[in-house]
Design a protein around this ligand. Structure first.
Ligand SMILES: *Cc1c(COP(=O)(O)O)cnc(C)c1O
Length: 373
């Protein structure tokens, strides 16, 4: 990969719509406190590390063969996890898994988007939705949010009726704002999208486990064109594993078989994910600690005079800064890396360990002292 700021693609026969665009990426700087990428700060517990080694060794003995193409055992265990935690019965036929939920989303757009088709999202939101649309040749339509970062339902319904998007992205809890979407809003958007022509509604629940509210999974009942995507990158603390999954009608899962690469999920990945799912209770225990730290960040940022967006995720959006990038730099100068997502006046901080969060809060208080609002 090139590190030059303005790549010279010259006469490369690059797709026209990719020229002049930039890849996804947060600056990865080597500083003491890194709270910029919504990772889980807890390393996996040692007993899980040992179990992964065991299961991977077992898988290694069969690496001369291709892996289970349908990832049957893994999908069964993911369905069991969803059934246990989300209050409805999910079957293996309803679950699909890939290398991170980004790959799941890409497969969805390969099958349901593409040239001549449109995907709608409500921004600011997860920028990969638009980037995956671009990568798959799908048109992108940016819907608005209200001043408090909720989906502007009235405008959304009008956009759906007018543009008839084939795919609608709903990120809940939303990255980077932390905002959860009401079940009623998803029902309304879904009904409008179906009335405008069949349309796939994709709820990105990457942060679902951190929410104050129950999962939107029960909405799958009776909604054939609804998809809920999930990941092991955040709540399971396994961003390095690259394992995302979805729950939907079995027909959606069948359709994805047309675009997935054969054997896309390595035997090592499947073995590792299965080991992690054996330790769900321990991992969800960390989630409870992080939720408490998230709530503490909200309270203490408010006490420090910041305006904070209500958060259902493992991160918090805060501000308002006259110059968000200058504030980002001032925090960095104190050894704390947060994320500037380009939302005017706002920054995003991931809930870290208690010590990391203390260091972050001290840095914010110092910043406030220097530049009182
Ligand atoms: C982090 C994140 C993902 C996760 O992507 P993976 O490919 O599973 O690591 C998906 N959606 C949103 C909104 C995210 O913030």
């Amino acid at each position: 990969m090139s590190d030059t700021p303005t790549p010279d693609w010259g006469t490369l026969p690059l797709r026209e719509e990719l020229r002049g665009s930039s890849p996804y990426g947060a600056p990865q700087l080597d500083v003491p406190v890194r709270l910029n990428t919504n990772e889980n700060p807890h390393p996996l517990p040692e007993e899980l590390v040992a179990r992964i080694a065991e299961r991977v060794a077992e898988a290694a003995r069969g690496l001369n063969r291709y892996p289970d193409r349908d990832a049957a055992e893994l999908r069964t265990e993911l369905a069991r996890y969803l059934s246990r935690t989300a209050g409805l019965q999910v079957t293996r036929a309803q679950v699909w898994a890939a290398n991170g939920s980004n790959e799941v989303l890409q497969q969805l757009l390969q099958a349901f988007g593409g040239p001549g088709r449109t995907a709608l999202g409500f921004e600011p939101s997860y920028s990969m939705h638009a980037l995956i649309a671009r990568g798959t040749g799908t048109g992108w339509l940016s819907g608005p949010r209200t001043r408090d970062f909720r989906i502007d339902t009235g405008t959304a319904l009008r956009l759906i009726a007018e543009h008839r998007p084939e795919v609608v992205f709903v990120c809940s809890p939303n990255n980077p704002t932390g905002t959860a979407v009401e079940a009623e809003t998803v029902r309304e958007l879904y009904d409008a999208a179906q009335a405008a022509g069949p349309s796939l509604v994709v709820v990105d629940e990457a942060y679902g486990e951190f929410s104050h509210r129950p999962s939107l999974l029960p909405l799958l009942e009776g909604r054939r064109n609804l998809v809920i995507s999930r990941t092991m990158s955040k709540a399971f603390g396994a961003a390095g594993l690259r394992l995302g999954y979805l729950a939907a009608d079995p027909a959606v899962v069948d359709a994805l078989q047309l675009v997935r690469l054969p054997y896309h999920l390595s035997a090592v990945t499947q073995a590792t994910a299965l080991a992690a799912l054996e330790h769900t209770d321990t991992l969800l225990g960390y989630v409870e600690q992080l939720k408490a730290e998230r709530d503490r960040l909200v309270a203490e940022l408010r006490a420090a005079g910041c305006e904070v967006t209500e958060s259902d995720a493992n991160f918090v959006q805060f501000g308002v800064f006259e110059d968000a990038h200058a504030a980002w730099q001032a925090l960095l100068d104190q050894g704390v890396l947060v994320r500037d997502n380009g939302v005017p006046g706002r920054l995003r901080v991931t809930a870290g360990t208690p010590a990391e969060n203390d260091a972050f809060l001290d840095a914010v208080r110092n910043l406030k002292k220097e530049t009182p609002a």
